[in-house]
Design a protein around this ligand. Structure first.
Ligand code: M6R
Length: 610
């Protein structure tokens, strides 16, 4: 996920590009770049780091031009380097391109273009676009060259394109990546989202897939990839700039909860092929090695530690590999027992958590192989590890982890499929069922999000209670822990998670009519009936029961005050679906209590101290 912005105006565009990118930084912040066009020449400034950091070195505001494009990057193809930062140009330095998306056929196109004599400077898929347009410009005008080129491209793109020889025109295009057009007074814009330009105009055109826009400061024209002109509706936006930044949601946390269907789809993208799981080359661990692994140790903190516990369940149950999950902060002080057949997996959203980095370094002293499951490209943990699987959740701004957690679960599930297949612990039919199960998850998540009104009603009961308990079993015991952590961190209400059957060994003494108890009780062949018994035990003591249950369950609604339904899925995958109602519950309770949901007291998004 990257952010792009472009402006064509009668005035200097430096400030508008700068502010636009500042608003888009949530989309990516590993590098940033801008291109200004003056006197038929490009002035490109780009570098590695956040906007402010690069600005300190390059002074973006000390640039001039009445037309320009800008980009903030969340790397996908090519490492985090200045060369790979956008904009990218063609051989003649006459075409400048910023891009958000993934060009799937870029290596074929690149080979063809190299054969024709084009020289490439970066490892990105984006650079192909600049050279392809250059190639097609030999026989066409600029609009036609863009159109012909885009017809050859497969994949997703939102593009901003400048031509040094046509200094009045800014071209944008979209396919499966967001791009909007803003119409101002003697100036026009393209951007990845509305908020980034909302201070300058609220007249917005939403581009659809396979549409190209040609802007001058006084005009706009939209054409399809077939070259036909399309008349578009101009929308007037009434959001305040601040609300809009959050896509119309009250908080980033809520926005990120709602991004989960897309985040999981991105995490799966191109990894499920021919009845198997294939990770990218950064995965770095050979099949031979994976067949021989005798034990897995997972190190992580907080929510990522909970993901590790779900991973333990999956890896032991399905891939039959003994797995332990360690708090990263404890691991390094315990003289762990590790040998060459142990794989150490570090799970971290940020890749910068100090405790997890230290645990990983400790593990490496024993000469074991290490694998990172991480959301941030190029972060410390990914650099230290032998291999990496990225979670592709996109930037997570809210301190409470939501989409990062469920994408971690999705990655652990994919890894379990890969290991189960390699070690033949599951047959082909079981593998196929696992794959088809996870493919359904993005759509099923959407239907869980649609239960929000019911969840809001549950929040009414929790918000005036000082304590609460979350109970689950098997793969959903860690989800109970995670539900309790979400509530604690955003609402400051004390909450505990337990394995449901453990209740009777002590915590049941806490139950009375003032104690809300949330059961995570999807239907399964292992423990469902026992959980019904645990519900009765709580009910007998007057506890207020709430539950997550599987659609069609007739028993639980008879016992619970409110039931949130999740769609039928495989048992292991119920952990992903059941997480979402608990995130929404914590959010609504915190909101009712007027908490600072995105920046809860005493917490930081990334804990870089031990
Ligand atoms: O970036 P990491 O995943 O390594 O962060 C670990 C924890 O600090 C983090 O999960 C924390 O518990 C979150 N605030 C939970 O919402």
């Amino acid at each position: 996920m990257c952010g792009i912005v472009g402006v064509v105006s009668s005035q200097n565009v430096n400030e508008k590009l700068f502010k636009g990118l500042a608003n888009l930084e949530y989309r990516g912040y590993d590098s940033v770049g801008m291109c200004f066009l003056t006197n038929n020449k490009f002035n490109i400034k780009k570098g590695v780091g956040k906007l402010e950091e690069v600005h300190k070195k390059l002074d973006f505001l000390n640039s001039s031009g009445s037309i320009g494009i800008g980009h903030c990057r969340w790397s996908t193809h090519g490492g985090v380097t200045k060369k790979n930062a956008h904009p990218h140009v063609d051989c003649g330095n006459r075409i400048s391109v910023v891009h958000n998306g993934i060009i799937e056929n870029y290596s074929e196109l690149k080979d063809e273009l190299i054969k024709k004599g084009h020289k490439f400077y970066s490892q990105t898929d984006t650079e192909v676009i600049a050279h392809l347009i250059e190639d097609n410009l030999r026989n066409n005008g600029i609009e036609e060259a863009v159109r012909v080129s885009l017809n050859k491209i497969e994949g997703s793109y939102a593009l901003g394109i400048l031509f040094a020889d046509e200094p009045d025109k800014l071209i944008g295009a979209r396919n499966e990546s967001p791009l909007i057009v803003g119409l101002g007074d003697k100036e026009n814009f393209i951007a990845s989202d509305v908020p980034s330009i909302l201070s300058y105009t609220n007249k917005i055109i939403y581009l659809e897939d396979k549409e190209i826009v040609v802007l001058t400061k006084n005009s706009h024209k939209v054409i399809g990839l077939d070259g036909k002109e399309i008349i578009k509706k101009i929308n007037t936006i009434n959001w305040s700039a601040e609300a809009a930044e959050k896509g119309g949601y009250g908080h980033f946390m809520m926005k990120e909860i709602h991004e989960q269907p897309v985040a999981i789809a991105n995490t799966l993208n191109e990894r499920l092929r021919n009845g198997n799981v294939q990770f990218e080359k950064e995965f770095g661990l050979s099949d031979d090695y994976l067949r021989k692994v005798k034990r897995i140790v997972i190190v992580a903190c907080g929510t990522s530690w909970h993901a590790g516990l779900v991973g333990e369940f999956m890896l032991e149950e399905l891939a039959r590999i003994p797995t332990e999950v360690e708090y990263a902060s404890e691991f390094r002080y315990r003289h762990p027992i590790l040998d060459k057949d142990t794989l150490v997996i570090a799970i971290s959203q940020s890749g910068e958590t100090a405790d997890t980095i230290s645990a990983l370094k400790e593990a490496k002293k024993y000469g074991v192989k290490t694998l990172a499951i991480c959301n941030v490209m190029g972060s410390s943990i990914t650099r230290i590890s032998d291999g990496v699987i990225y979670t592709r959740a996109g930037p997570e701004i809210g301190v409470a982890s939501t989409k990062a957690f469920t994408t971690q679960l999705a990655v652990l599930y994919l890894l379990t499929i890969k290991l189960s297949k390699l070690r033949k612990t599951l047959n082909e039919k079981q593998i196929r069922d696992m794959i088809s199960g996870i493919r359904k998850i993005p759509l099923q998540l959407q239907s869980v999000l649609d239960e929000d009104t019911e969840i809001l009603k549950c929040a009414e009961f929790f918000s005036n209670k000082p304590n609460s308990i979350y109970l689950g079993r098997g793969v959903n015991f860690p989800i109970a822990l995670e539900g309790a952590l979400k509530l604690k961190e955003v609402s400051y209400i004390h909450a505990e998670g337990y394995p449901a059957a453990e209740m009777k060994h002590g915590p049941i003494a806490l139950i009375d009519k003032n104690m809300p108890v949330f059961f995570i009780a999807p239907h399964d062949i292992f423990t469902y009936k026992k959980v019904l018994g645990n519900i009765e035990e709580v009910k007998a003591r007057g506890g207020m029961i709430f539950a997550v249950a599987t659609e069609g369950d007739k028993e639980i609604p008879k016992k619970a005050k409110r039931t949130i339904f999740i769609p039928k899925t495989l048992y292991t995958l119920s952990s992903i679906l059941a997480s979402v109602p608990l995130q929404l519950l914590a959010y609504h309770i915190a909101e009712k209590l007027g908490r600072d949901v995105d920046r809860p007291r005493s917490l930081a998004k990334t804990v870089t101290v031990e």
